[in-house]
Ligand binder design. Sequence first.
Ligand code: PXP
Length: 246
Amino acid sequence: MIRLHVNVDHVATLRQARRAAEPDPIEWALRAERAGADGITCHLRKDRRHIQDADVAALRRRITTLLNLELSLDPEMVDLGTRSGADEFCLVPEHRQEVTTEGGLDVAREGPRLAAVLPMLRSNGARVSLFVDPDSRQIEAAARLKADFIELHTGCYANAWPDPAARARELERLHGAASRAHELGLRVNAGHGLNLLNVGAVAALPHVEELNIGHSIVAHAVFVGIDTALSEMRAAMGCPAIRGPR
Ligand code: PXP
């Protein structure tokens, strides 16, 4: 059964807008777990624009599902990662001016740096995923590095949504990439820009184990609350309903 990992960065973004204590991304993560999240994802950025170091430590102490920490290859971030106790890491490119992660890693070009960082992050038994565009060159490079997972960047598919032909083309690219990754022995996650309308087709792709979703869940929860937002997302992914308290 496909798993839903809820990205809590967007709650921290709202908190940081006022440099206040609320809304608390830890409380959000705990509620998301009760409402059906199978794991919690956060991105500790070099500029600390949303998640702070103390948030990562508090998430590690308090959540009971898996903690997936997104990091860039910056040495400071890798060092924090090795001390974070996260269950999974997703390595992402990071550019100071971007509003959000804009594309996948260039695994082929970053090969030597990745080869050094993967064993460091794995030293406590964590699994490492590389965030990549649905491009066979990148996937083959990830397989050469023996990454545990790739996370397919679904942003182009999400952006193509209003145009049915472009959407079908992007979905086909994701399908081909998931199949190629599986053939090469990589496990497959996906995420970015997924929402109630576009998530079903991605959840139905072969070999995809986990979706990382943040913005659309927070945006929907503003209107309907977190319990409804999570149960609607799980239903759109084809997951069974949660019955009773978790
Ligand atoms: N996966 C990765 C690697 C990301 O960087 C992000 C954005 O933080 C997401 C998934 C979630 O994207 P969204 O907030 O658009 O759901």
